[in-house]
Design a protein around this ligand. Structure first.
Ligand code: HEM
Length: 472
C-alpha cells in the first residue's frame, strides 16, 4: 500500500512507507545515470513542479524560468535543509555560509564578503593573482608540449591557489603533495552523493548500521583530513597574527572573533567558512574549465574563432587582461556556452521552505527541500538545438553579447553565488591564456571525449587527454 499524497502537494511518482521514492530513484538512476536526468524525466511526466518523498523528507523539484526565479527571490525559500548530509560536514550544526540559514548566515555572509573584497576580490589584486596562475600553467604546458596531458586534474592547484591567496594569503607549488591530496579529497566528496544528499540524508539511522555502504565512513574521514589541513592553516595564522594589520580573510575573521563578536563568528565557524570557500570555489571552477577544454577539442573551429579574436584584440606580445573582455564578445560567449551546456550545478544548492508556502498551484510544506532544475532550464525547449555547443547563441546580429532570461548558472537573489565574479574572471583568463599560445588537440588514436557528465554534487567530465600544440 502506498501512502496517499496530501492534497495540493505537487504531483509525482507514488511513494511507499519509510523509503518514500528512494527505490524509484534508484531504479531510474540505473538507466538515466544522473539525478538531474531522473528529475527531468519526472518533470516531463508530472508538470513543472514535482513532489517527492525521499525517506521521510519532502523534496520538490521546481522547473521553468518563472518558478525558479520565484523561489530564488522569495524569502520563505531562503533556508537550507537540515539533513545530516549537510550538517555532518560542519560539526553536526548549521554553521558557515553555504549550508546555514537565518540571521547567522546573513551576518556571516556579509562579513566574509566584506573581507574578501577588502583583500582584493574583484579588484586588480585578484586579476594579478589569476594572471600569475595562468602564466604558471602556460609554462607547464609549454614544457610538456606535444605530449598527451590528463586534463581532468590539470587546473586543480591553480584554482585552489587563486582562492587561497585571498583567504589564506598564500599559494602552493604545483607539485605540492599535500595540496594535491586536498584536491583529490574534495573531488572525492563531491562524488559520494548528489546535491539531494543521497541515502545518508534520508535514512540517517543507516549510518549506525551500514556506515561504509552508504558512504558515511568515507565522507567523515575526508572531512577530518580537510579540517586537519584548515586547522593547521588557522594555527599558523594565529601564531603570527598582528591585530592591527590583518593580512587576509582568515586574519580578519580571527580578529573579529577575539573582539568578542562571538555571536557573529566562532572558531568552529571560521573552519566551516574556510571549507565552504575551498569546496565552493574549487570543484565548480575546475569542472567547468575541464568541460570548456572538452568542447574546445571537439570543436576546432571554436578555437580558431577565439584565436582570431585574441590576435585582433590582444596580439601575441602581452598577456590577456580582464579589460580585453569588452572587445571579445565571442570569447565571452564561449565561457557562457560552457556554463550553459555543462551546468555543473545541475540543481543549484538545495533551498528549504522555512514556512508553508504556495508555489504555482501547490502548497510546499514547511521544511521541504527545494531543488531547482537549472540543468533542465539551460538545456530545454527554450534553446535551439540545446545539446549543440554553439557560442553564437549568446551573440546578436552585430556580434554583441545578449542576455537570455533562461540562463541562471550562479543563481540570483540573497543566496546568489558569492564567487561569480572570481569564477567568470578565472574562466576568461584561463581560456585566453591557453588559446593565445596553443592549439588543443585530441591525441592521435584516442577517441573523442564524451560530453556526458559524471553524477555528483557537481557534475564533472569523464577522464580524457589532450595535446597542447604551440601556435606559430
Ligand atoms: C563556475 C563556477 C561556479 C558556479 C557555476 C557556481 C554556482 C553556484 C550556485 C548555483 C550557487 C547556489 C545559489 C543558490 O543557493 O540558489 C552557488 C552558491 C555559492 N557559491 Fe558558487 N559557483 C561557482 C563558483 C564559486 C566560487 C569560485 C566561489 C568562491 C568564492 C563560490 C562560492 C559560493 C558560495 C559561498 C555559495 C553559497 C552562497 C549562500 O549560500 O549564501 N562559488 N554557486
Amino acid at each position: 500500500t502506498n501512502v496517499t499524497r496530501p492534497s495540493r502537494y505537487p504531483p509525482g511518482p507514488k511513494y511507499w512507507p519509510i523509503v518514500g521514492n528512494l527505490i524509484s530513484v534508484w531504479l531510474k538512476l540505473r538507466t538515466l545515470k544522473c539525478h538531474h536526468v531522473v528529475w527531468s524525466y519526472w518533470l516531463r511526466q508530472y508538470g513543472d513542479i514535482i513532489g517527492l518523498k525521499l525517506g521521510n523528507v519532502n523534496v520538490v523539484v521546481v522547473s521553468g524560468e518563472k518558478l525558479i526565479r520565484e523561489v530564488l527571490t522569495r524569502q520563505v525559500f531562503d533556508g537550507r535543509p537540515d539533513g545530516i548530509f549537510y550538517t555532518a560536514r560542519s560539526f553536526g550544526k548549521k554553521l558557515g555560509i553555504v549550508f546555514s540559514d537565518g540571521r547567522s548566515w546573513q551576518t556571516l555572509r556579509r562579513i566574509v564578503f566584506k573581507y574578501l573584497k577588502h583583500f582584493g576580490y574583484n579588484s586588480q589584486v585578484m586579476e594579478k593573482i589569476i594572471t600569475k596562475e595562468c602564466q604558471v600553467l602556460v609554462s607547464q604546458m609549454e614544457a610538456s608540449a606535444g605530449r598527451p596531458i590528463h586534463i581532468n586534474d590539470m587546473f586543480n592547484i591553480h584554482v585552489i591557489n587563486m582562492l587561497w591567496c585571498l583567504v589564506a594569503g598564500r599559494r602552493y607549488d604545483t607539485d605540492d603533495e599535500r595540496l594535491k591530496e586536498i584536491c583529490d579529497l574534495i573531488t572525492r566528496t563531491f562524488k559520494t552523493a548528489d546535491m539531494s544528499g543521497g541515502v545518508l540524508n534520508f535514512m540517517p539511522f543507516l549510518r549506525h548500521v551500514i556506515p561504509n555502504a552508504i558512504g558515511y565512513t568515507e565522507m567523515m574521514r575526508i572531512h577530518k583530513s580537510l579540517y586537519n589541513f584548515i586547522g593547521e592553516v588557522i594555527e599558523l595564522h594565529k601564531m603570527s597574527l598582528d591585530p592591527k594589520n590583518p593580512r587576509d580573510v582568515i586574519d580578519a575573521l580571527l580578529i573579529e572573533i577575539v573582539e568578542c563578536r562571538e555571536e557573529a563568528c566562532s572558531e568552529q565557524e571560521l573552519k566551516v567558512v574556510c571549507l565552504d570557500l575551498l569546496e565552493g570555489g574549487f570543484e565548480t571552477v575546475t569542472n567547468t574549465l575541464v568541460f570548456m577544454l572538452l568542447h574546445l577539442v571537439l570543436k576546432p573551429e571554436v578555437q580558431r574563432r577565439v584565436q582570431e579574436e585574441i590576435d585582433r584584440v590582444i596580439g601575441s606580445g602581452r598577456p590577456p587582461s580582464l579589460s580585453d573582455r569588452t572587445g571579445m564578445a565571442y570569447t565571452e560567449a564561449v565561457v557562457l556556452e560552457t556554463l550553459r551546456i555543462s551546468s555543473i550545478a545541475p540543481v543549484g544548492i538545495p533551498h528549504m521552505a522555512s514556512d508553508d508556502a504556495e508555489l504555482g498551484n501547490y502548497i510546499i510544506p514547511k521544511g521541504t527541500t527545494v531543488l531547482l532544475a537549472l540543468y533542465d532550464l539551460h538545456n530545454e525547449k527554450n534553446w535551439k538545438e540545446p545539446r549543440v555547443f554553439k557560442p553564437e547563441r549568446f551573440l546578436n546580429a552585430n556580434g554583441a553579447l545578449i542576455q537570455n532570461d533562461c540562463f541562471i548558472p550562479f543563481g540570483l537573489g540573497r543566496r546568489r553565488c558569492m564567487g561569480e565574479l572570481l569564477a567568470r574572471s578565472e574562466l576568461f583568463l584561463f581560456l585566453t591564456h591557453l588559446m593565445q599560445k596553443f592549439h588543443i588537440l585530441i591525441p592521435e588514436g584516442e577517441p573523442a571525449p564524451s560530453p556526458d557528465p559524471i553524477n555528483g554534487v557537481s557534475l564533472s567530465a569523464m577522464p580524457f587527454k589532450a595535446i597542447f600544440h604551440p601556435r606559430k
